[in-house]
Design a protein. Sequence first.
Length: 109
Amino acid sequence: MRGTLLVFQPHALPHVREFSQPPTQKEVQAVVGGDLQVVPGFCTIRYGAVVMDCVALCNANGKLKGLAMNDLATIAWKEALRRAVEAWAMALRSNANRSAGRNGRSSVR
């Protein structure tokens, strides 16, 4: 399995780490500097001109350890949340339009 880790560190530009096989838990822990936590809602990321699925991980104890806030990762997370909300709203409108069409009602706009 090939893949890419896009690593965001505070006060630095993201850097790319390619791998030819899945990284071990210890390798990923070394990158984030401790125990792993999945970042909720961070399931897509723009990489170049493409938005792709992802899994975002962070240091589970970063706040307790007083680690610096990661501004660029926070921006990417907020963009992922926005995309998720937009996809959810579009699906909701689509379902409402389908239901309205079956009931002979006008579509929702």
